[in-house]
Design a protein around this ligand. Structure first.
Ligand SMILES: [Zn+2]
Length: 116
């Protein structure tokens, strides 16, 4: 159920943007979602359909793009894309340190709207 408040806030932004630009109908919403986010595509679309009903964004498709997880090494400051499937330790490719902070990976934002 955690998708619901997220979709609610996304829809608010979509509707405000649509109103500002005087669009008649929103056909698609391009979202970028961090690879580590636990938001699931099918639930996002279902909640969106439910919440957007009766409005100008009704029936709009969510086009969800996963963005890579980026880490920053706390020892040498090197930033790198973490390959979660192949490297469990996610060691720094520059100095080999395993101490790092996540720069991005759980965030979501609206990249673009398709409207008519
Ligand atoms: Zn490093």
């Amino acid at each position: 159920m955690h998708e619901l408040p997220v979709i609610n806030s996304i829809l608010k932004v979509v509707l405000k943007h649509a109103a500002d630009n005087k669009v008649k109908k929103v056909v698609a919403v391009h979202l970028q979602v961090g690879e580590l986010s636990d938001l699931e595509d099918k639930w996002m679309q279902q909640y969106f359909d439910y919440l957007a009903k009766g409005g100008i964004a009704e029936g709009a498709r969510l086009k969800i793009e996963r963005t890579p997880v980026v880490m920053k090494c706390t020892d040498c400051g090197f930033s790198y894309v973490a390959n979660l499937k192949e490297d469990k330790k996610l060691a720094c490719p520059s100095c080999g340190s395993e101490r790092k902070n996540m720069v991005s990976g759980r965030e979501y934002f609206i990249k673009n709207l398709e409207a008519i």
